[in-house]
Design a protein around this ligand. Sequence first.
Ligand SMILES: [Zn+2]
Length: 238
Amino acid sequence: MAPSPTTNNNNNKPTLHHNNNNNNNNHPESSPPIAAATTTFYHHPPPSLEQPQPQPVVIRRRQRRNPRQTPREGKSLTIQPPYPWATTHRAIVHTLKTLTDTGITAVSGDVYCKRCDQRYQIEYDLRDKFLEIANYIVENKYKLRERAPPAWMNPTLPNCRFCGQENSVKPVIAKKKKSINWLFLLLGKMVGCCTLDQLKYFCKHTGNHRTAAKDRVVFLTYLELCKQLDPTGPFHRF
Ligand SMILES: [Zn+2]
């Protein structure tokens, strides 16, 4: 039986982003600092799951280049951060501490409805969504055997705010890969909406395997993004 992520009915009910000016600092009732809250909030996995399950993995050896690759000729080392939570490095977001320190408590992104075509923005609470995903990973990491569960591969999409259609709102994924809103995709658990090509781009710029099947690359993307948010958290591979 395939494991499924935490099923919480609120998972796919993002709040509507009311203003379009990307101002994410307007949360008066701010929650406690994330840095203080995150690591202590991870659940401990049941003892039976703590044992790593080694598995035979056939990895075709390829000529290994610098893991966090330098861009090809003509491409700059750094980029203009496409979002307030993105860094100047491709596919790398700021840590939770940096985001909290700069007052970013929510992450927004563009979506569109498959049914009525309406395009709008939705927003996720950074701390709540991160902890939900982080706890799921901590509890299931070894059970997953480095493969994304079905719910990550084919995410249940949010319902449309306009026409009410269920499972209908897809993220708008930037055509330019350096502008992909990775943190938004993570928090909405919509990383699986990316193409294999887009996921390989992410893995290429973060030093992860990118020759594997999509379920493996999706898993590594979740793990890597959580690690970027909390570098001291339990998001290492085996
Ligand atoms: Zn709609």
